[in-house]
Design a protein around this ligand. Structure first.
Ligand code: DC
Length: 235
């Protein structure tokens, strides 16, 4: 199949499985995968470790802005093997803890942080043949992306999946805490002033509440086959 050069933007709610889906797509198409949430999580971890966030959760904006100037967050490896680094240190595990999840939405609502992440994504993703996942890729970062997918799933399904994922990584979390964190992030992500989470008008909606990852790949292959035939993938 002739896969056209393109940017694939995958947006949607927290814990809808965007990154697992995006990584598989990148593997299958041989595209670069960029996890925009990992950049926001990396900034959050850095801020927590460097006293930019107080124990009460107050963010020191001038210190944050200054730190962003020299902050090197990047990815190493491809597709399903991509990991997040701050300088020479792999932080893939640390950025997925509940401690980071608890502060990432307020950090991601800071306009200077969004500018920093958008700039990095545009540099890294500007060469097409790339899959990105996040909240505002199709609306703000790459509004001209050739394929936009917006992912959603029932809240209880998302909380259950997230809890299992965290427990499988050895984090001892309670269902109620994971559920509350998801509700809070949904609210902050959709109500913040700077590029809130919203579905682009030209995005294809994927509700995967009752779909396995393999079901989603079958759905995706149908879209790609139609695009390879010259359509926009929607019909
Ligand atoms: O996808 P994730 O759960 O790893 O993202 C972590 C947080 O980062 C999420 O709560 C909102 C924020 N985010 C964002 O505001 N914009 C993006 N493009 C990606 C993530």
């Amino acid at each position: 199949m002739n896969i056209p050069d393109m940017i694939i933007a995958i947006d949607g709610y927290s814990s809808t499985g965007k990154s697992s889906f995006a990584r598989l797509i990148a593997d299958e198409l041989g595209f670069l995968y960029l996890d925009s949430g990992a950049l926001y999580r990396g900034v959050t971890l850095w801020a927590q470790e460097n006293g930019v966030i107080s124990p009460e959760g107050h963010i020191d904006i001038p210190a944050l802005e200054k730190g962003l100037e020299g902050l090197d967050i990047h990815f190493e490896g491809h597709g399903s093997d991509a990991s997040t680094f701050i300088g020479g240190r792999c932080v893939e595990k640390e950025i997925r803890t509940l401690a980071v999840s608890g502060m990432v939405s307020p950090i991601a609502a800071v306009p200077q942080v969004r500018e920093y992440v958008d700039r990095r994504l545009r540099v890294l993703g500007g060469r097409k043949r790339v899959v990105l996942d996040g909240r505002d890729i199709g609306t703000t970062v790459f509004p001209d992306a050739e394929l936009k997918i917006f992912m959603t799933a029932d809240l209880d399904v998302r909380a259950e999946r997230r809890m299992k994922e965290m427990r499988s990584k050895g984090e001892d979390v309670r269902y109620e805490d994971v559920l509350r964190n998801l509700q809070e992030r949904d609210y902050i992500d959709s109500h913040r002033e700077a590029s809130p989470l919203s579905c682009a008008e030209d995005a294809i909606v994927l509700d995967n509440s009752r779909m396995t990852l393999e079901d989603q790949m079958v759905w995706f292959r149908g879209i790609i086959a139609r695009m390879a035939d010259g359509s926009d993938g929607k019909n």
